[in-house]
Each structure stands twice: as structure tokens, then as C-alpha cells.
Design a protein around this ligand. Sequence first.
Ligand code: SF4
Length: 343
Amino acid sequence: MSGIAPLSPIEAARTVGLSTTIPVEVIFAAGLRPLDLNNIFITSGITADLVEQAEREGFPRNSCAWNKGVYAAARGLGLTRMVGVTQGDCSNTHATMEMLQAAGLRIIPFAFPYQPEDAELLSLSFRRFAEALGTTLEEAGEWKRRLDAVRALAHRIDELCWRDGRVSGAEQHLFLISCSDFFGDAQEYGRRAEALIAQTRSRAPMPQMIRLALVGIPPIVEGLFDFLEKRGARIVYNEIPRQFAMPDPTRSLIEQYSRYTYPYDIFHRLDDIRAQLKLRHVDGVIHYVQSFCFRQVQDAILRKNIDLPILTLECDRPGPIEMSAETRLEAFLEMLQGGLTSE
Ligand code: SF4
């Protein structure tokens, strides 16, 4: 079904909107339901309308469409509160949260430190966040242990994609990216993940394909995974969604979020990217960049530090992949295919 149905007042009172992965354990520990508005926006079936709505309400045309989608999704749901990540996510967060505050939402701030080594600052942020939601770090730690089991299912799905070839890039993407809010219900996430894993037992492994990595912000366009698979290539490493699933098991909550690379500088991300490219035998890298996103600048650093062919793919609006992007992707795959057959 298309569209965004407003939440009932009772649902709105127990829901907290997110615009990125934050310590979701704290929200569950407070007895509340996390909801990642990026996921609501992109699966709404009315993405273009939501972007236009945000523009009518004041967002400039030359600003990031993900921000507009998050804003319009929060308004459409009738949310009453939202977490604003003031450091470690998006340079536009302040203005987007101000727009939502002006619309009557309560904004709960959360800040990652600039570097993960700053455990003191990270711990202070956690304590303040827990206090703001009326819970404690001990209760959040309990939720970490419960979510460890659910995240293990996400890691298994990732492995079934890159190692066994029994899960498609699109399925892997859905289950990894949904670890930001676990569909608002960790038990439901667990049930759906177990059902997919069970289904894969009767699947034949996919034929050998060009092995790709997708690094950077999740793409706003539809159908990228299917487009590539129809042309003999598979995304076997999905950088940021994999990070949302907290791939390195840790004992403590703070340690878990200090190993999570996305909020910190590009160099922490690079260590993870290089290790995974090697482990997963990747042939080529797609660096997705969103129009008007400050992270585009990081393309130069990635190119200097990754020793594989890289295609930088920039998209602006949601919807099907534009023909010019399709042509560039096809040329990239042909180039990779040529390299593989001559090896
Ligand atoms: S794509 Fe970039 S500008 Fe847009 S919301 Fe994400 S971090 Fe912000």
C-alpha cells in the first residue's frame, strides 16, 4: 500500500523517530519504539510527493532529498519526538531538526564524538541520552544482550549473501539497513530474518558473478540491486548497512558504538572497507554519493586509498535509476568483465 498513514495518538506517544543509527538499545530500554524515517520514506511508494512536500514547506530544491524525505515522513506520521544526531551523521541535521521543532516535535539530541577513541565523551552522550528518555545504561546494556542474538541473524544473512550466494543483494540490504530500528520491533525482525534464513536452505547458490562493493550513503534510487544482478553482478559488500548491524561483537554497549564506523572520520571507515574488500574478494567498488551531500568530498580520499576500480555514482531524487546512470553502470561492468576474462 502506498502512502504514510498517521500514527494513532497512543502509537505516536510511544514512538521515537530516527534519521540514522543511534543507540537503539536506549530507546527499547525506555519502553519505546524506534522508527527510522529513512526507511519509512523510501518504502512509502510516494517518495516524489514527500520530497515535493518538503520543498513546499521550505527545503531548497538544491538540498539533499534524504533530508526532505525524513522531514516529510516525520510530519506524515504525526510524530511527537525525534532523535537529532548533532555530531556524527549529517551536516544538515541542525536545520532539519529545527524545521521539525518548529512543527511541534520534541528533539532529543545525541552526539557521537569526532573520534571513537574518545570513550569518555561517548559515555557521557549515552548517559545524557538515557536520562532524556527516562532509562539507565544498565537497562540499555540488558537490551544490548537481547539484540546481540537478533544482530547475529543479520550477520548470518550477510554471510549467506557474500559467502554462500544464497541471499540476493536486495535481501541483504533490507535486513542490514533495517538494523537501525529493527522494524520498530526486534522480535518481529528476528522472526522475519529466521524465515529468510530457513528459505535459503532450499535455494541453489547463485552463479558466479562480478563481485561488487557498495560504499557510502545508501542509494536513494530504486532497483539498483536487481539492475546489477540482471547484468551478471552482485553487491557482496554493503558498507554502511553492514555497519548498522554492528558487525563486530563486543561486550559493552559503549565499545559497540565505538567500533561502529559510520559516525566517525573516513579513516576509521577505510580500515573496515579495505579489510572487507579483501575478505569478500570484491572486483569493483561503487561509491554512491547523494547530490548536495557533504560526504561527496570523501570520494577523493576513497579513491586514493582503495586499490580497485571505483565508479562514483551520484543520484539526486528518488525513483528509478536514470538512463545516464544506467549507461555508466553498464560501462563499468563491461570494464570489470573484461578485466576478469583477461586474468
Ligand atoms: S545523504 Fe548526506 S546530506 Fe543527505 S541526509 Fe545523508 S548525510 Fe545528510
